[in-house]
Design a protein around this ligand. Structure first.
Ligand SMILES: *[C@@H]1O[C@H](CO)[C@@H](O)[C@H](O)[C@H]1NC(C)=O
Ligand SMILES: *[C@@H]1O[C@H](CO)[C@@H](O)[C@H](O)[C@H]1NC(C)=O
Ligand SMILES: *[C@@H]1O[C@H](CO)[C@@H](O)[C@H](O)[C@H]1NC(C)=O
Ligand SMILES: *[C@@H]1O[C@H](CO)[C@@H](O)[C@H](O)[C@H]1NC(C)=O
Ligand SMILES: *[C@@H]1O[C@H](CO)[C@@H](O)[C@H](O)[C@H]1NC(C)=O
Ligand SMILES: *[C@@H]1O[C@H](CO)[C@@H](O)[C@H](O)[C@H]1NC(C)=O
Ligand SMILES: *[C@@H]1O[C@H](CO)[C@@H](O)[C@H](O)[C@H]1NC(C)=O
Ligand SMILES: *[C@@H]1O[C@H](CO)[C@@H](O)[C@H](O)[C@H]1NC(C)=O
Ligand SMILES: *[C@@H]1O[C@H](CO)[C@@H](O)[C@H](O)[C@H]1NC(C)=O
Length: 325
């Protein structure tokens, strides 16, 4: 057991409910343990990527290692000789064996940092104000209590084992729609392949996931449910991820069982005939879009044929997009 690990354990014990990391702390890929949240559920530190390591936040207490945030996701993996330094002047830098420095997150003059049990890695200044948090800089995953505000995005990863930026984006738009696009395409109806919206003043809708697995859009006074709360089973954890095949999926996992993540929600994009979705309280348009009106929710579904054409033009495999898990 390394001094760093001991340090964070001791801190966890001495500061009710928080594991405080102080400047001067370092982490290495193979010779130190990551900075754990108080319950040990989440960890901040190195994890294996390709033939090297990346820095991020991952679930440490379940057998299936799950990465929920990655620093500098598009940088190549680092070697086992790299160190992560929380420098005495309050920066978090990754130093390669050759001495090259990369900032892990954009802040300076931090006084402490903490891996919280929510999965949020938070950095504080000397008056204990939050100056940086992983929850405000998501990569492909949204965790319970984390929020997407307008213009916030989650971008898919290349694959399950490579968290570099992939090909799809979910964005909480200013117009109050949560929408999915192939990454790099304009935010317009032609490219959008799924969306859900809420009535709200411009800029004031958020995407929320609560600890019961309830996924919803919220305005100042109400919500639109995307997926209802999960089973009341104690110890279930949830995560929403923009997956590498373009599907946004909500997963649940029962803690203390060696099970896998199960998918409890994902948008209905390919399986259903768009025509079949038009029932009562619904109307169809013959412009390549099907709009289903349910109370204040609009679901916009592209006809697959049209999407296929566009994605083919963009060089994105429609089979990949349409493939259901
Ligand atoms: C991850 O994916 C990126 C983009 O496709 C690629 O450049 C990189 O080499 C991959 N990294 C690993 C470790 O496979
Ligand atoms: C990072 O930590 C290593 C090991 O303690 C040390 O050699 C190096 O000088 C540190 N780098 C910075 C920028 O603090
Ligand atoms: C870091 O933050 C500063 C000030 O907020 C900003 O100007 C700069 O572009 C940021 N750099 C990165 C890499 O995000
Ligand atoms: C900041 O928080 C730590 C731990 O919670 C506490 O010990 C310290 O007194 C706080 N500092 C200030 C300036 O509030
Ligand atoms: C800490 O951050 C808060 C919020 O950004 C700021 O108001 C406060 O002045 C900062 N404290 C110090 C000592 O810089
Ligand atoms: C907020 O959303 C609720 C639920 O959809 C809706 O009833 C309400 O009118 C919305 N509020 C505003 C100000 O648009
Ligand atoms: C946005 O929502 C917040 C509460 O979520 C509310 O306090 C604020 O007044 C709202 N802003 C607008 C412009 O409606
Ligand atoms: C509830 O539990 C059942 C059986 O374990 C499972 O199939 C289902 O996906 C769960 N639903 C949610 C929303 O977690
Ligand atoms: C979990 O998934 C892995 C890989 O897909 C599989 O090999 C394993 O049998 C699964 N375990 C359970 C308990 O379903």
């Amino acid at each position: 057991m390394t001094p760093i690990f001991l340090f964070s354990l001791l801190s966890a014990i001495s500061t009710v409910g928080q594991s405080i990391v102080k400047p001067g702390s370092i982490l290495t890929p193979t010779t130190s343990s990551p900075w754990l949240s108080p319950s040990g559920l989440y960890a901040f530190g190195f994890y294996k990527k390709g033939n090297g390591f990346a820095v991020g936040v991952f679930l440490a207490r379940i057998s299936q290692k799950t990465v929920v945030w990655t620093a500098n996701r598009d940088n190549p993996p680092v070697s086992a000789e790299a160190t992560l330094n929380f420098t005495s002047d309050g920066r978090l830098v990754l130093q390669s064996a050759q001495g090259a420095e990369t900032s892990v997150a954009n802040f300076s003059s931090a006084s402490s940092a903490s891996m919280l049990d929510t999965g949020n890695f938070v950095v504080y200044n000397s008056t204990n104000n939050t100056i940086w948090e992983s929850f405000q800089n998501p990569t492909d995953t949204l965790l319970p209590t984390q929020r997407l505000y307008y213009d916030d995005v989650v971008d898919s990863s290349v694959s399950e084992s490579n968290q570099s930026t992939g090909r799809f984006r979910a964005i909480m738009q200013q117009d109050k729609y949560l929408a999915l696009y192939p990454l790099g395409t304009p935010y317009s109806i032609e490219y959008r392949y799924w969306s859900v919206g809420i009535n709200a003043p411009k800029l004031n809708a958020t995407l929320n996931l609560d600890k019961y697995g309830h996924l919803y859009l919220a305005n100042a006074s109400g919500i639109v449910t995307i997926s209802g709360a999960g089973n009341s089973t104690k110890g279930s954890i949830y995560r929403l991820r923009m997956d590498d095949d373009g599907f946004l999926r909500l997963y649940s996992h029962v803690l203390d069982q060696n099970g896998n993540w199960s998918i409890i929600w994902s948008p209905t994009i390919d399986k259903c005939e768009p025509k079949g979705l038009c029932g009562l309280n619904a109307f169809c348009e013959d412009d390549g879009m099907v709009k289903i009106f349910i109370a204040h929710v609009f679901l916009d579904l592209h006809l697959l044929m049209r999407a296929k054409g566009l994605w083919a033009v963009k060089g994105i495999s429609p089979q990949k997009v349409a493939k259901k898990a």
